[in-house]
Design a protein around this ligand. Sequence first.
Ligand code: UD1
Ligand code: CA
Length: 453
Amino acid sequence: MDRLAAVILAAGKGTRMKSETPKVLFPVAGKPMLQHILDTLKAVGISEIYVVVGYESGQVRAAVTGVSTWVEQREQLGTGHALAQAARYLQGYSGRVMVLAGDTPLLTASTLSGLLTEHKDNKNAATVLSAQVPDPAGYGRIVRAENGSVLAIVEEKDATPREKAITEISSGTFCFSWAKVGPLLTRLKSNNAQGEYYLTDILSLLAEEGEKTGAYASKDYREVSGVNDRIQLAWAEKIMRQRINQKLMLAGVSMVDPESVWIDSGVEIGQDTLIFPHTYIFGSTIVGSNCRLGPNTSLNSAKLGNNVFVRHAVVEEACIGDDTSVGPFAYIRPGTEIGCGVRIGDFVEIKNSRIGDGTKVPHLAYVGDAQVGNNTNIGCGVITANYDGVSKRKTEIGDRVFIGCNSNLVAPLKIEDGAYVAAGSTITADVPARALAIARSRQTVKADWRKKD
Ligand code: UD1
Ligand code: CA
C-alpha cells in the first residue's frame, strides 16, 4: 500500500513574534495556526501526523487536536534537525511523507493534494511547494536547472545578489519519497549563515545524488505565506477572514459590507441570514437561517435559532431561540438561555438566566441567576438583586407574570404564575399565583403645601 504521513515542524519559539507564546499557537480567525494545518491535512486525507515540538511543548500539546505522535526536538538547531527527530519514528517507511512548517496556516487542501499528485506523477524523490511572489524577501529561493528540476533552495541570508533576484520561493512545504530522503538527513550540515541544519539543503543533496527533484507552484502565492512576525500575522488574518466570508456568502449568507464582518473559522451560519456592518462572530457560534445580525454586534460562542434579530448587542456563551429579537444595546451573558418569540429590548443585561417563550424584557432591566417562565412581562427598570454581598441567589418567576416598572426583586425569591408586582416595589418575600404584591410606601398628598406665588 502507498503509505502517506505528514510531519509538521513546530518546535521554534518564533523569536520575531516577540512573545512568550509559541508562534504556532497564535490564532488566525480564532484558531491556532498549527490547528489550521492539522485540519487541512485531515481534509487531504492524511491521518498519520507527527508534530515536532520543543519550545513550550507542553502548551502546544495541550492546545491542538488531531496529532498522532508528538516528537520532541530539545534544541532548535534548524528545520533539517527538526525533521531528523521525526526520522526515528519513520524508519523503514517507504511511502510519501509531507513535511510542513507550523507557521503556514493559509495552505489549502486542494494545493496540498496537487503537491501530492505532482510528486507521484513525476516520480520525484522530493517536490517542494513553491510560489512566484511579488516580494521574495525572507524566503528560500528556488534554483532550478534548465529542465525545470530543482538544484537547490538558497536561504535569503546565504543568497548571492543573483539568487536574491529569484522570485520563485519555497513555502517550506515538501513531499518526500521517504526511502530516498530519510537516509540523507544525517548528511545535512550547518555551515551556513545561520549555523543551522537547513531542511532546504535536502534538495541539493538529492540533486547531487542524481535523484529527481521538482517544484509544484501554488496558483495563489498568498496561500504559501509564512507568519514570522505580527505584521504577517495580521495579513494572514485578513486573508483567512476574506476566505471565511466568501465561503459563507457562496453558501447563502448575505453581508452588507463583508470587509467589516469578522467571523471565526469554527462558526456556522444558516442560509438567508443577513449580516450588517461591524458584526463579529467568534468561537463556536452557530446561527440559524433567516437571522439579522448587526450592525455593531458581537456574538461569542453563542447559539441562535432561526429568524433571530440581534442588533447593537453583545451575546456570549448563550442560546437564543427562534423568532426572538435582542437589542439594541443589550448584553446577554454566559449561561443564558432565551426561548422563542422573546423580546429583549434596549439596555437590558441578562446573566445566567432562562427566559421562557413569548416573554418580554423590553427595556432597562437586569436579570441575573433567574428562571423566568413563558409570556411574562418584565417592566422597565426591573432588577433582580441576585447578590447579597456573599453569594448569588436565584429568582424564580412563573408564566404570565407582570413585574411593574422599577421593581427590585431581592433574591432568593419565587413569584408564581399569573402574579402581579406593582411598579416601584422592592419585593423580598415570595408572591403566590395570581396575587398582587405592592411593596412601597403609600403616597401621601399634602394639599396646598406650596405657598401662593
Ligand atoms: C523557512 C525555510 C525557507 C522557507 C520558509 C517558508 C529553512 C531553513 N527555511 O524559513 O526556505 O522559504 O520557511 O515560510 O527551512 N522549526 C523547528 N525546529 C527548528 C527550527 C524551526 O521545528 O529547529 C519550525 C518552526 O517552529 C517553524 C518552521 O520550522 O514552524 C519554520 O521555521 P522558521 O524559523 O519560521 O523558518 P523561516 O526562516 O521562515
Ligand atoms: Ca517561517
